[in-house]
Design a protein around this ligand. Structure first.
Ligand code: C2E
Ligand code: MG
Ligand code: MG
Length: 737
């Protein structure tokens, strides 16, 4: 794709530009050459035309010595001497000056002498020349009349007059001639003409091969020749028309002109071609280089774009892409007020456990399989995305609530089927929060937030279910937000308090207390740690809260000699880096004996069986703390944990105690837990004991240590002392909180 894009966008325009540039350059050079050559041809033509005119009059001028001569006046005008004429006109002009033919005309323009070459012939031979020479003869006569008026009277002997003559090119019997007519005149004025008109000597020199040869040599012309068809002339040939004196077209003289442009092109064309070739090569190399760079740029851009919009693990769109699609769907809502859009927020139910238990590789595999199932369930019009770890989302365009619920049902069903991961068969399930959007002006972030809130409810309700967003949820979330802020302030202000709940043996003697944190909110009143401890965990306050309670328990413990003090430590708190160090610092600072303290952890701490947890628990035990497993029976209740971790006590969850005597199963579970504890040589305590019946059943099953309202609710540190002092605590069952 990028390569094609590049070719279309980059190569062809560039190549076209290059070709056009070369074509323009070539056209420019050729046009210059052509202009140069035609300019040179025009100059040559002008030169040849002038030269021809010059030669014509030059040839005519050769007659002058024989005609502007007193002897000629005497022998041709005063009286006609045919012998003189034959020697001095016919023979002389032919042999000395190369004329082909010569005539003498009398004052009335009648031929009185004719010579063909040197040989005198009958004067009637002139008849053939008469039409062709009429023009030059008339011109001579006109000049003669004009001269007669002005000059002849003034002419004095010893002053040679200028010749009166005319010449032109003429055609006689299909042959071209340079013809001339020259008036017979006196040179020194010793001979006078007998009448007002003098004889005329007419000559003809054929424009034949000898003439053309001479002419070519003189003007350095190549391939000079004459032809009678002007239109035949090649455009590239140089040519001039030959015309009679009257202007009548006679023939064309053409030759090969010199072509300095072409010659120059011949000399520089090669080098120019080489330069153009080299430049093209350089351009091509540059192009390849640039296109290589552009391609890698495009590729990295494509990669970046993909990373920016798609999740690398599953290839599904990510949050950014999802928001874009959601934007698009909302935009559609603004135009179509009937439509609704469902936004689903999906969370895999037991992903974290699987990930912790079997490692990230298995976790990744699970995510990929889940993504595939998600894709299989969705329609082509739905947009689904992965937001993070095990969070997915769907935009279901044009969906009714019923359709959204149907999709959620299908999804839950798909995710409930077992996943086969390497050698493990896992049951995951998923929880879904759905919000129905009917208003296109809702912010996409708000839509996702609403779906997330509904998801939280679905999870809180036990998972593997879906839940639609309701306005009240929003209020709950907002309350939680404000509680976060208040908790931060309460911690900073030291406004939290501690309560202690006694733990007693079978004789009702107090053996220990459990430290429980209390928060009396200025407006909302007393808030359960079951509610605010998770808030502290989520907003990063758990370390501070945890250390506060431990420090207070350490301090208060000094009041009760011989009592064990149990302190609750949440999983996140335990995994916070620096926890053990912080605790041991408190031990030294407050100078307490860790052997008096029991840390209550839940099974979630042990899930994953990771080396860090082992290390933390080992270090705590090495400091002297003992460890109790709280809420036992609600989680995995795994035997292997009990064996592998340094646990010394298990605490039966109060939900089983509440059902003792009501539900046989509860009795059975409690009995089993107690037997298990014994077998593993672990201490066992029951929490939430409210009635003497519960106490008795527990005692019968072998659990002597109990904690619960039966003996006492959690009370202040001061009240613990009072309780210890009371003679028969079990019966008085005091209630204080
Ligand atoms: P938990 O560790 O299982 O604590 C026992 C809970 O059961 C206490 O609730 C206690 O008041 C309640 N309880 C005791 N006897 C009875 C009884 O006879 N009947 C009934 N229905 N309930 C009884 P509380 O104080 O609300 O604590 C709830 C949970 O909050 C605790 O459960 C513990 O997990 C957590 N928690 C309390 N204090 C702290 C603390 O300082 N740090 C941490 N990390 N967690 C704490
Ligand atoms: Mg506890
Ligand atoms: Mg408990």
């Amino acid at each position: 794709m990028p390569r094609q894009l590049l070719k279309a966008d980059f190569f062809w325009p560039l190549a076209t530009l290059g070709l056009v540039a070369i074509a323009v350059l070539v056209a420019l050079v050729l046009s210059l050459v052509h202009q140069f050559d035609s300019l040179s041809r025009e100059r040559e033509q002008a030169l040849v035309a002038n030269g021809l005119t010059g030669i014509t009059s030059e040839i005519a001028h050769r007659v002058v010595p024989q005609t502007v001569w007193d002897e000629a006046v005497r022998n041709l005008d005063n009286r006609f001497d045919p012998v003189w004429a034959s020697e001095n006109i016919g023979q002389y002009l032919s042999q000395t000056n190369g004329f082909d033919t010569s005539f003498v005309l009398d004052a009335g323009d009648r031929a009185i002498f004719a010579a063909d070459g040197p040989k005198a012939v009958d004067a009637s031979a002139f008849e053939a020349f008469a039409p062709a020479t009429a023009g030059v003869i008339a011109s001579v006569r006109t000049q003669e009349s004009a001269r007669a008026l002005v000059n002849q009277r003034r002419s004095t002997p010893g002053q040679i007059p200028g010749p009166i003559q005319a010449s032109s090119i003429a055609k006689v019997n299909g042959r071209l001639y340079i013809v001339s007519a020259t008036l017979v005149q006196s040179d020194f004025g010793y001979a006078r003409p007998k009448g007002p008109k003098a004889p005329i000597v007419v000559t003809g020199m054929e424009l034949g091969q000898p003439f053309l040869k001479q002419f070519s040599e003189r003007f350095m012309l190549t391939n000079l020749h004459v032809h009678g068809d002007d239109s035949r002339s090649d455009k590239q040939q140089a040519h001039i028309p030959l015309r009679a004196l009257s202007g009548e077209y006679l023939a064309t003289l053409d030759w090969e002109p010199q072509t300095p442009g072409e010659t120059m092109l011949g000399q520089v064309g090669g080098p120019i071609l080489i330069i153009v070739g080299l430049l093209s090569l350089a351009a091509l190399m540059l192009y390849r280089r640039v296109s290589g760079m552009a391609q890698s740029l495009l590729a990295s851009e494509a990669r970046a774009t993909h990373l920016a919009y798609f999740d690398p693990l599953t290839g599904l769109p990510n949050r950014t892409r999802f928001q874009e699609r959601l934007d698009y769907a909302l935009d559609h809502l603004r135009r179509d007020h009937e439509a609704t859009v469902a936004v689903h927020s999906i969370d895999l139910d037991r992903f974290k456990e699987i990930n912790d238990l079997h490692g990230h590789q298995v976790g990744d595999q699970l995510i990929k399989l889940a993504a595939r199932r998600l894709a299989a369930v969705c329609r082509s019009t739905d947009t689904f995305a992965r937001f993070g770890a095990d969070e997915f989302a769907i935009v279901q365009a044009n969906a009714t609530a019923a359709q959204a619920a149907a999709l959620a049902d299908r999804l839950i069903e798909a995710m409930t089927a077992p996943f086969y991961l390497e050698t493990i068969r896992s049951f995951i399930g998923c929880s879904i929060g759905i919000t129905m959007i009917t208003d296109g002006d809702v912010d996409p972030g708000e839509a996702i937030r609403q779906a997330d809130m509904a998801l939280t409810r679905a999870r809180a309700d036990g998972g593997s279910r879906f839940c639609f967003f309701e306005i009240e949820m929003d209020a709950a979330v907002k309350t939680r937000r404000s509680l976060e802020i208040d908790l931060r302030e309460a911690l900073a202000a030291g406004a939290l308090e501690m309560a202690y709940q006694p733990q007693v043996n079978h004789r009702g003697v107090m053996t220990g207390v459990e430290a429980l944190v209390r928060w009396r909110h200025p407006i909302r009143g007393s808030i359960s740690p079951e509610y605010f401890v998770p808030i502290a965990e989520e907003c990063g306050l758990i370390s501070e809260l945890g250390l506060f309670t431990i420090a207070r328990a350490f301090q208060d413990s000094r009041r009760w000699k011989g009592l064990k003090v149990a302190i609750n430590v949440s999983a996140i708190q335990l995994r916070t880096p620096g926890f053990v160090t912080a605790v041991s610092t408190l031990v030294s600072r407050l100078r307490v004996d860790p052997r008096r303290f029991e840390l209550e952890i839940t099974e979630t701490v042990l899930i994953g069986d990771d080396p860090e947890t082992h290390e933390t628990l080992k270090r705590l035990r090495d400091l002297g703390f003992s460890l109790a497993l709280d809420d036992f029976g609600t989680g995995y209740s795994s035997l292997s944990y009990l064996k592998r971790f340094p646990i010394s006590k298990i605490k039966i969850d109060r939900s089983f105690i509440a059902n003792l005597g009501i539900d046989d199963e509860a009795d059975a579970v409690v009995g089993a837990i107690i037997r298990l504890a014994r077998a593993l040589k672990l201490n066992v305590i029951a929490e939430g004991v409210e009635t003497s019946e519960q106490r008795d059943r527990l005692a019968a099953a072998g659990c002597s240590e109990i904690q619960g309202y039966l003996f006492s609710k959690p009370v202040s540190a001061a009240d613990i002392e009072a309780l210890r002092a009371a003679p028969t605590p079990m019966r008085t069952a005091r209630a204080a909180a």
